[in-house]
Design a protein around this ligand. Structure first.
Ligand code: NAD
Length: 318
């Protein structure tokens, strides 16, 4: 993608900061974020780049949004990304992920911005009976308010695309890992082991397994698919195969040069990490592959690379 004017919502976050770094090379990028999940540390280094402007503000604030102007593409990543917190505050998912997406769509309608790439999630499927799960699977029965709010976001994007001629690509992400992450299993394990290097608490029963995709593959695939598809559609972004949570713990302890770490499993709710956690998630990436995209890293390799990137990043920041 070149010479485009692009708005990235959630630009200060994990995927948003990686996306900003990539897109500023050849495009004019405005990144917005209300800094509710993270401060501006990952976008600070971009502030000297004349292709990048960062604005602090909320997608639910129409006055703030209106001032931003018109864009060739809106990459909508802003969200409450804390899936775990859903059962204690489901309304937060509604306000940020469902209502916030509607706010972005209204902004697009008013500014004649007609293309969107949206970060949806595998959690819309709930506990799918079919694995790997294709985009055509149904009915969707999400088991978290996060999944439900992403499903609502997809619905409104589809309706606005029909009403106003938007071209929107909705990406259902597997678990994305890599540099600048501030949440998720890898981040959690490294933090716990820095505090206690002899034992590690693992949420759930340890048998949870999911597909992991490296963030460089994720952002590459988003831009590739959005250009290639050229119509409003839904597509899974994931990997072939899954990685079990204990395999991630092994990768972290190995990379931190720790031996004989004792794993303690919380057992959790039905062996899940938390209420709303989908124990086994594997998306079919046949549609992604048929468009000609191939990931550079498989699920295990993505985890291993992210482990080493996160350790390096956390070590250099302390
Ligand atoms: N990381 C993953 O594995 C994963 C998986 C599936 C879907 N997703 C989706 O991808 C997107 C990016 O995820 P991430 O992992 O980078 O999360 P993140 O929390 O690092 O980034 C989200 C950003 O949105 C910002 N934000 C939150 N509410 C906002 C609001 N009202 N207005 C403006 N900004 C707001 C946060 O401050 C944060 O910087 C999210 O939509 C998330 O739901 C991520």
């Amino acid at each position: 993608m070149k010479n485009k004017k692009i708005l990235i919502t959630g630009a200060a976050g994990f995927i948003g900061s990686n996306m900003s770094e990539l897109l500023v090379r050849d495009n004019e990028v405005v990144g917005i974020d209300n800094l509710s999940n993270v401060d501006d540390r990952f976008v600070k280094s971009l502030s000297h780049n004349r292709n990048f402007t960062f604005k602090k503000g909320d997608i639910n604030d129409p006055e703030f949004m209106k001032e931003l102007g018109s864009f060739d593409l809106v990459v909508h990543l802003a969200a409450n990304s804390d899936v775990k917190g859903g059962s204690s505050d489901p309304l937060l998912d509604f306000r940020v992920n469902a209502q916030g997406t509607l706010g972005v769509l209204e902004f697009m309608r008013q500014t004649d911005s007609s293309q969107m790439a949206f970060a949806s999630s595998s959690t819309v499927y709930g506990e799918a009976a079919q694995l790997p799960t294709p985009e055509s699977y149904g009915p969707y029965l999400p088991i978290s308010s996060y999944g439900a709010s992403k499903m609502a976001g997809e619905g409104f994007i589809s309706a606005y695309s029909h009403y106003y001629g938007f071209r929107s690509t909705m990406f259902r992400f597997a678990n994305i890992v890599g540099k600048n992450s501030t949440h998720g299993v890898i981040f959690d394990f490294i933090h716990k082991l820095k505090k206690d290097s002899v034992s590690l608490e693992i949420l759930g029963d340890g048998t949870q397994r999911k597909s992991y995709m490296h963030v460089t593959d994720c952002i590459g695939a988003i831009l590739f698919v959005h250009e290639k598809l050229r119509k409003t559609d839904i597509i899974n972004l994931g990997n072939i195969g899954t990685t079990q949570v204990t395999r991630i713990a092994d990768s972290v302890t190995r990379a931190m040069h720790l031996e004989n770490v004792k794993y303690h499993f919380t057992g959790g709710f039905e062996g899940r990490g938390w209420k709303g956690d989908v124990k086994v998630a594997e998306l079919s990436i046949d549609k992604l592959s048929s468009l000609g995209w191939k990931n550079n890293l498989g699920s295990d390799a993505a985890v291993d690379k992210a482990v080493s990137e996160t350790i390096t990043q956390l070590t250099s920041s302390t």
